[in-house]
Design a protein around this ligand. Structure first.
Ligand code: AKG
Ligand code: FE2
Length: 381
């Protein structure tokens, strides 16, 4: 079995690979060494924790303002899942109204009877755990510096070299631009098949929700435009290792998602928080078998702000390692995004300018998480 580290004292540990000759000292007190070990060499937060670390190293300690209080946390009241099985029957209008209201207010809701089997949801969580349980060198082959594929990326935190403090999260992103065959060849085991199944079995639901939200603002999307707006799809597996001092760290900092709609599977541990209008944060409680849906920046731009890309964040815990599996849907890189003419005509002045999605995307991935600042890039002067 892989046994990468031997704990030695408080400050330094030995890196032990298979042969005694390769033993090297890793000093977690030295920030460059730590950064290289966790981020550049792909050991991840998990590799650091597996070494027997019992306190949070300085580069992971968040500024006071970003820390998440664990006491007296609110639970989101509007979190009763919406039952999508009624979309096909006489209750269609009521269900559509619930979706519209959630998209206009919180920007987050949960759904059941979404078309993805509970067995598949369980398999997704298991395979996320299996991927991150692999030896660091088996995951490191998917680091973007090592792997030329644009379809897969393994890493830690969001933009670790620019952040004030590194997020307590490892992840693997699996992207589809063109065809599934390519994805299946390049995505890692043991996630590739289940991730693709998740994507396939949730897309009908996603398109139904997008259509409901579009129709509500007087827009009927041609198939080609729908495909253009939903052309980039990414399945992530997020892994938040158990943390010795959760009050000092964050799993994911305050942000909104960049695309159209996100579908998220979370496990039973909890820790996903959404910002309410009054500035308070409330937890989206885990509901077995449910999926979380949230509106992304692109949808906010297209609807000139009628639908809200909700600000959210994730706390860490010492109760066990958490996994989550979001699907991000977003436009093709070459797609123009801007307020839809129908919406502008109906409801007034556009607050966003037209731009190419690839420009929005590179700005988004170039900055550390900072609430909804990402949207400033698209704001009309
Ligand atoms: O892990 C979660 O619950 C949410 C993750 C998230 O917000 C993201 O990956 O964008
Ligand atoms: Fe997110």
């Amino acid at each position: 079995m892989h046994q990468p580290f031997i704990w030695r004292g408080d400050k330094s540990i030995q890196f032990s690979s298979r042969s005694v000759e390769t033993i090297a000292i890793i000093n977690f007190e030295d920030q460059t060494t730590l950064f290289n070990f966790v981020v550049k060499q792909g050991n991840g937060v998990k590799g650091m924790i597996d070494s027997g670390l019992s306190s949070v190293p300085q580069p992971f300690v968040q500024p006071q303002a970003e820390r998440i209080p664990t006491q007296n946390a609110l639970t989101c009241e509007a979190s009763q899942p919406i039952d999508l099985s009624h979309l096909d029957g006489p209750h269609h209008k009521e269900v559509a109204k619930q979706i519209v209201e959630a998209a206009e207010t919180l920007g987050f809701f949960q759904v059941v009877n979404h078309g993805v089997s509970v067995e598949l949801l369980e398999l997704l969580k298991t395979s996320a755990h299996e991927f991150f349980a692999k030896a660091p060198e088996e995951k490191a082959i998917y680091l973007k510096e090592v792997n030329p594929s644009k379809l897969v990326k393994y890493g830690t935190s969001f933009v670790p070299d620019k952040e004030k403090a590194i997020e307590w999260k490892d992840y693997v992103s699996m992207i589809v631009y063109t065809n599934d065959h390519e994805a299946l060849q390049q995505w890692p085991e043991p996630c590739r098949e289940v991730a693709l199944k998740f994507l396939k079995s949730s897309m009908e639901m996603v398109k139904n929700i997008v259509n409901i939200l579009m129709e509500n603002v007087g827009v009927r999307l041609e198939e080609e435009r729908m495909n253009g707006l939903m052309g980039t799809k990414m399945v992530n597996m997020n892994y938040y290792p158990t943390c010795p001092s959760p009050e000092l760290t964050i799993g994911v900092g305050r942000h909104s998602d960049m695309g159209m709609l996100t579908v998220l599977l979370q496990d039973g541990i909890g820790g996903l928080y959404v910002k309410l209008d009054n500035g308070e944060w409330a937890e989206i409680p885990p509901v077995h078998g449910a999926l979380v849906i949230n509106i992304g920046d692109t949808f906010q731009i297209l609807s000139y702000g009628k639908y809200k890309s909700a600000e959210h964040r994730v706390r860490t815990t010492n109760m066990g390692s958490r996994v989550s599996v979001p699907i991000f849907t977003a436009p093709n890189p070459s797609e123009k995004i801007g307020p839809l003419p129908e919406v502008v005509k109906r409801d007034g002045v556009a607050r966003y300018k037209e731009l190419l999605f690839k420009d929005y995307m590179s700005n988004f991935f170039g900055q550390p998480h900072d609430g909804k600042k990402s949207l400033d890039f698209a704001r009309a002067e």
